[in-house]
Design a protein around this ligand. Structure first.
Ligand SMILES: Nc1ncnc2c1ncn2[C@@H]1O[C@H](COP(=O)(O)OP(=O)(O)OP(=O)(O)O)[C@@H](O)[C@H]1O
Ligand SMILES: [Mg+2]
Length: 237
């Protein structure tokens, strides 16, 4: 992999929240366009913090973050939206808009992409049915369980086929069956070109899919490589 082919490149990245302690230390990584990676590590290891850098919710305290071949380390607020629109995000807190129904939440990226009303309705309905929420289309987030909210968040993140999909514990609140379905959905998107990063505690999930995993430990990237090299080490299926 050359540096130019990466959709995401981090070089010696450090991150502090305000004047607090550094929570990411010298993180360097490169994600090739079209790749699928897991990001694992114990609670507090820094997975969410690392993903926030990738979807431009945070800027690094030091080091460089490059996205889509562009240095975004010091990007101003106004420069973010065009890049942000190329990224589908499933945040750990779901981030659904409380006054919009499940279907309206999922429709947002298509509306921003100026898709037609008929196409939006059809795609949204199909996708929500596929994740098992055909009866919840018109519910507000407050009426949904955490697992249902999570499915809405995943549907919203994938519906417009973003260039980069960043999912933070996207299966943390659903049963195994639904978890497999959600990961398969992301794999389908990956097959047609989306670069995918999925953070998860669930090492059995990582073991089940043949994708490489990055491992964070106390804010340091301690292991990066194909799953094969990790079996029997940190990521035991
Ligand atoms: N908004 C914040 N302000 C200050 N410190 C934060 C903030 N968010 C995270 N941290 C700190 O950064 C470190 C890494 O947290 P982070 O949420 O990135 O871990 P994580 O690996 O995602 O954990 P989990 O598996 O529990 O989601 C922790 O020490 C945490 O307390
Ligand atoms: Mg987290």
């Amino acid at each position: 992999m050359t540096a130019e082919t990466g959709i995401v490149q981090l070089e010696d990245v450090g991150l502090q929240y305000g004047s607090g302690p550094e929570v990411l230390h010298d993180v360097s990584l490169s994600l090739e366009t079209g790749s699928f990676h897991f990001l694992t590590g114990a609670s507090g290891a820094g997975k969410t913090s690392l993903l926030r850098l990738l979807y431009l919710a945070l800027r690094p305290t030091r080091g460089t973050v490059r996205l889509f071949d562009r240095d975004v380390s010091r990007l101003g607020r106004k420069q973010r939206p065009p890049l942000r629109r190329r990224i589908g995000v499933v945040s750990q807190e779901f981030g659904l808009i409380s006054h919009l129904t499940a279907a309206e939440n999922v429709a947002l990226p298509l509306r921003i992409a100026k898709a037609g009303a008929g196409e939006i309705r059809e795609n949204v309905t199909d996708l929500l049915r596929w994740v098992g929420l055909g009866r919840e289309l018109d519910e507000l987030p407050a009426a949904l369980s955490d697992g249902q909210k999570q499915r809405v968040a995943v549907a919203r993140a994938v519906i417009a086929s973003p260039d980069l999909l960043i999912a933070d514990e996207p299966t943390g609140n659903v049963d195994e069956n639904v978890a497999m379905r959600l990961i398969h959905l992301m794999e389908e998107l990956n097959k047609v070109g989306t670069t995918v990063v999925v953070a998860t505690h669930d090492e059995s999930l990582v073991g089940r899919f043949g994708h490489p995993a990055y491992v964070l430990d106390g804010g340091e990237l301690v292991r990066a490589g194909p799953l094969e090299g990790m079996r029997g080490e940190r990521v035991e299926a």
